[in-house]
Ligand binder design. Sequence first.
Ligand SMILES: C[S@@+](CC[C@H](N)C(=O)[O-])C[C@H]1O[C@@H](n2cnc3c(N)ncnc32)[C@H](O)[C@@H]1O
Length: 279
Amino acid sequence: MNNVTGTAFIVAEFRAEENEETHPLYTDNVVKFWLNEETKTIASAIAQNSPAAKELVKLRTKYFDDVLSNQVLGGCKQIVILGSGLDTRAARINGEKVTYFEIDDLATLQLKEQTLTANKVSANVRYLPGDYVKDGLISLLKQNEFDFELPTYFLWEGNTTLLAKKDVIFVLEQIRDNVNTFRLSFDYMSEQVICRTTGYQDINDYIDKYESMYAPWITGFEKIASLAEELNLKVIENFSTADLHAQYRPLRSRESNLFKFYFVCTLENMSDNRLELQK
Ligand SMILES: C[S@@+](CC[C@H](N)C(=O)[O-])C[C@H]1O[C@@H](n2cnc3c(N)ncnc32)[C@H](O)[C@@H]1O
């Protein structure tokens, strides 16, 4: 599991655990189809070394579920999930004529499609196998009947920390320059975590243990507002997972200082971006 693709199974294990809560933040009855003794053993070994990891995944799941649901309720008909792994939202959160586009590698998407079909889970989703950096996000979308004029919600969960910074920026630019109207949510780590300058030894220890079992964290951002400004995008929301924890789990104490350095955000394009390009 020490590779980026395998990370999807670990995340799925962490996400599934919330179903056992008396008052869960969300319910995911689909994710169990991909989980087995092997994924459980690996995920619990990681969680033993880094217990906060599970909670971070659950908090971000709740946040992205809520943003996506609101987009669908607001009439959004196109949803793109980058590096979708074992994301189950296409089956869990739907609306009339809402189409999902999921991008990940062929093996992951094939497994996904076959499992959903075998278990009679319906989802209006187009699977786009490929690498959204190397193959190009826009050409993958072009080949798959994506409507560039339709308002679109992009979800990019559990990916930016694993990519080179230039690739994260390239993806953001591609969306900005080609999609007429969009909102985009993603999670990101503070650059201080990557550079090991948070001042918290427990965080440095955490990364060392986590990286040895998972996949290396290579990219973080210090100020999302500055990144957005450079790219001419607007920040709609930006929360640390410490904020989310206080909001969603007011009666529980936080397990790690890392929550203060791991964020979720939602951006949107400025209406003049495409006009500028057309000049
Ligand atoms: C940590 S998992 C997260 C999966 C899912 N988004 C979630 O949060 O449950 C990262 C996923 O992104 C995929 N991924 C990473 N970089 C990618 C790229 N450049 N193109 C396509 N998929 C990518 C991996 O294959 C993996 O399934």
